[in-house]
Design a protein around this ligand. Structure first.
Ligand code: 1PW
Ligand code: ADP
Ligand code: CA
Length: 542
C-alpha cells in the first residue's frame, strides 16, 4: 500500500448528514461512505473501503474556507434558551472545487464537511491550505490585470467586478487592476514599470488586448536581457511572468483555444489553479528588426482586409467580423506573392494529420527542435509563387465562435510550428465553400484542390505588386497598348492588429511564453465519478 505513505490527514467527518471518511493525500482529497462503519467521534475500524467516493486533485481546489453553520443540536439548545445564534466555534469547512458542467465550462462547487470540533476543523483547513500554497502547483499570488473597457460588447469592467474579483478574493489572489485609457496603455506599462512583484499579467479583453500583453512582455524581457532588434538567428529569452486572458473581446481565439470556451469564470479558474501551458510564438521580422510577435493568426489578403474594414464597424461589436467578412467576400480580390518556407522535416506532422492538441499533449511534449541551428544554412527551403485570395499562418488551432473546430484544427499549442494555409485564386463560390467548412464542425476545410497547406518552422513573404505587362483596350482611340498592371496590396492581420509592412520574415519560437491555462481536455476521457488511479482506496481494492 505505497499510496498510504502520501496520506496527510484521515478522519471521519460529516458530509451531507452522513459519516464520511475523508482522506487528504499529497496529490488529492478523497471522501466517501465506508463499508465498515465508523462512529460519530471519528473512530473507524480497519480494514475499510470506500463504498462510493469522490476524489479531487489538489490542483483543482480553488480554496478552503471556514463555514459558519449552526448545528442542529446547538439550534435546539439556543431555541430552548430563547436566544439568537451567538458566535460559536467554527467546526465546519467548505472546499471550493472545480466542477465541469459540460462543453469545457468550469464552475465552482462547494463541498461542506462538519468536523467533531473546532480543533479538527482548523487542522483540516491548515493541512489543505498548506498543500495549496506548495510551490509545485505554481498558483499565482500577485497578478497585474488590465481591463479593456472598449473590447467586444464593452462589458469587461462589469465582468471583472461581478464575476472575477470575488473568485480571486476567494483564492487569495491579490490583483492590481488597471482599466486601460487608450490603445497601447498596457503595452507601454509593461515596457516601463517595475514588474518584480507579480507572478503573472492577465487581461480582460480580446485577442488585440492579449497581443498588447504579449508584445509588451516579450519586448521587455529581451530588453532586460540586453537583446535589441534581434535578427532571426537570435535565441530569444523566455519571460518569467506568465500571461492569462479572461475573454472580453470579440473573437477571443487565444482564450477559446486554450480553455475550450470563451467563458470568463472558466478562464478565471484556469488562472487560479496555476496550471500553465507553453505556447509557440512567431516573431515577425523585417531586415534585422522584430516588428511584432504573434501567437494565433497572421493573415494577409482576405483576413487582412476584413480586419481593416471591421474597424469601421466597431459599434456592431463581435458581429462586425461577419458583416465585414460578407462585404469583403462580395468583392473578389486576388493577391500575388512569393512565399518561401521551411517545412517540418517529420512528415508525420501535418495540418491534415487528424491530431488534436489536448491538455498534456504527447505530440507537443515529444517534438524535438534543434533551436541553436541556423535556419538559413538549411537547404530545404521551398518556394511557392502564385495568386491567392487568402494567406494565413496559424500557430495555435484558433478555435472561436466563428470556427469552433479551429482555423487549423490539427495545429498544436506548443509543437514549434505554424500552419500555412493558402486559398489560391478560385471562384467566389469555391472560396465560400472553403470558408463555410472553416465555420462548420463537420468536413475537412482543406479538402479542396485550390487550398494548399504546409506545417512550417519559418517563412518569408514577398508580395508581388506589379503584374508584368498586360494588353489593354484603350477605348478613346481604339488602339491596343501595353501597360503594367498594379496588383492590390493587402495588410497583415496579426492577432487582430493591423501590420502594414508587406515584406516579412517569420520564425516560430517553440514554447516562448507560458499561459495560465490547462489547454482543452478530451471530454471523452474525463471520468466524472471515479477516483484517480492514485486513490488509496481504489488501489487497495485492486
Ligand atoms: C463570408 C463569411 C466569412 C466568415 C469567416 C469564417 C472564418 C472564421 C475565421 C476566424 C479567425 C480566427 C483567428 C483569430 C483572429 C483574431 O485574432 C482576430 C482579432 O480578434 P479580437 O477581435 O481582437 O478578439 N479576429 C479576426 C476575425 O480576425
Ligand atoms: N482604453 C482603450 N481605448 C481604446 N482602445 C483600446 C483601449 N484599451 C485597449 N485598446 C485597444 O483596443 C483594441 C481591441 O481590443 P480587444 O480587447 O482585442 O477587443 P476586440 O476583441 O473587440 O477587438 C486593441 O487593439 C487594444 O490595443
Ligand atoms: Ca504551434
Amino acid at each position: 500500500m505505497e499510496a498510504a505513505d502520501n496520506v496527510l490527514l484521515k478522519t471521519v467527518l460529516i458530509h451531507n448528514k452522513k459519516n464520511c471518511l475523508v482522506t487528504l493525500f499529497s496529490t488529492h482529497i478523497c471522501w466517501g461512505l465506508m463499508s465498515c462503519g465508523a462512529d460519530a467521534i471519528g473512530q473507524y475500524l480497519e480494514p475499510f473501503y470506500y463504498q462510493r467516493h469522490e476524489s479531487v486533485p489538489i490542483q483543482e481546489i480553488i480554496a478552503i474556507t471556514p463555514e459558519k453553520i449552526q448545528h442542529a443540536q446547538e439550534k435546539k439548545q439556543n431555541a430552548s434558551l430563547g436566544i439568537e445564534l451567538i458566535s460559536l466555534e467554527t467546526r465546519s469547512f467548505c472546499l471550493h472545487v472545480v466542477k465541469r458542467v459540460g462543453g469545457h465550462r468550469w464552475r465552482v462547487r462547494k463541498v461542506i464537511f462538519d468536523c467533531p470540533d473546532g480543533q479538527a476543523c482548523g487542522d483540516w483547513i491548515d493541512a489543505v491550505q498548506s498543500r495549496l500554497n506548495s510551490k509545485e502547483y505554481g498558483r499565482p499570488k500577485h497578478l497585474l490585470t488590465f481591463i479593456n473597457p472598449f473590447g467586444g460588447k464593452r462589458k469587461a469592467v462589469k465582468i471583472y467586478e461581478e464575476k472575477i474579483e470575488p473568485l480571486f478574493y476567494l483564492a487569495g489572489i491579490a490583483s492590481e487592476v488597471i482599466v486601460t485609457e487608450r490603445a497601447n496603455h498596457a503595452h507601454d506599462y509593461i515596457l516601463e514599470e517595475d514588474l518584480r512583484h507579480y507572478d503573472g499579467i492577465i487581461c480582460v479583453g480580446g485577442d488585440g488586448m492579449f497581443a498588447e500583453l504579449l508584445n509588451g512582455l516579450l519586448r521587455r524581457t529581451q530588453q532586460d536581457a540586453g537583446i535589441h532588434d534581434a535578427n532571426q538567428e537570435t535565441k530569444l529569452v523566455n519571460p518569467r511572468l506568465k500571461l492569462g486572458v479572461i475573454p472580453g473581446g470579440s473573437t477571443d481565439a487565444v482564450v477559446y483555444t486554450t480553455c475550450g470556451i470563451n467563458d470568463p469564470v472558466t478562464s478565471a479558474l484556469h488562472i487560479i489553479i496555476g496550471e500553465t501551458v507553453g505556447v509557440d510564438v512567431c516573431s515577425i521580422h523585417q531586415e534585422n528588426q522584430i516588428l511584432r510577435y504573434c501567437v494565433s493568426m497572421l493573415a494577409y489578403g482576405y483576413f487582412g482586409d476584413v480586419l481593416i474594414d471591421s474597424e469601421k464597424h466597431r459599434w456592431m461589436g463581435p458581429k462586425r467580423y461577419d458583416w465585414s467578412g460578407f462585404k469583403r467576400w462580395c468583392k473578389k480580390f486576388v493577391y500575388e506573392a512569393e512565399i518561401s518556407y521551411l517545412e517540418c522535416p517529420d512528415t508525420r506532422h501535418h495540418p491534415r494529420d487528424g491530431s488534436r492538441c489536448f491538455a498534456g499533449c504527447e505530440i507537443c511534449n515529444s517534438i524535438q527542435h534543434s533551436e541553436g541551428e541556423s535556419l538559413y544554412s538549411d537547404d530545404k527551403w521551398q518556394t511557392f509563387q502564385g495568386r491567392f485570395i487568402s494567406f494565413q499562418s496559424i500557430t495555435m488551432p484558433c478555435r472561436c465562435d466563428l470556427s469552433p473546430n479551429g482555423v487549423s484544427p490539427s495545429q498544436h499549442l506548443s509543437n514549434g510550428y505554424t500552419d500555412l494555409i493558402i486559398a489560391k485564386e478560385c471562384s467566389q463560390v469555391d472560396f465560400l465553400r472553403h470558408m463555410w467548412r472553416v465555420k462548420s464542425k463537420t468536413t475537412d476545410q482543406f479538402d479542396f484542390d485550390f487550398v494548399e497547406v504546409h506545417r512550417v518552422k519559418a517563412f518569408k513573404f514577398r508580395p508581388i505588386l506589379e503584374d508584368g505587362e498586360d494588353e489593354e483596350n484603350d477605348d478613346s482611340n481604339g488602339r491596343q497598348r501595353l501597360r503594367t498592371r498594379q496588383l492590390r496590396a493587402s495588410s497583415w492581420n496579426c492577432d487582430g492588429e493591423v501590420l502594414t509592412e508587406g515584406f516579412i520574415d517569420v520564425k516560430v519560437h517553440h514554447q516562448l511564453i507560458k499561459l495560465f491555462a490547462r489547454n482543452i481536455e478530451d471530454e471523452r476521457q474525463l471520468k466524472t465519478d471515479f477516483c484517480e488511479t492514485s486513490c488509496y482506496s481504489c488501489s487497495a481494492r485492486r
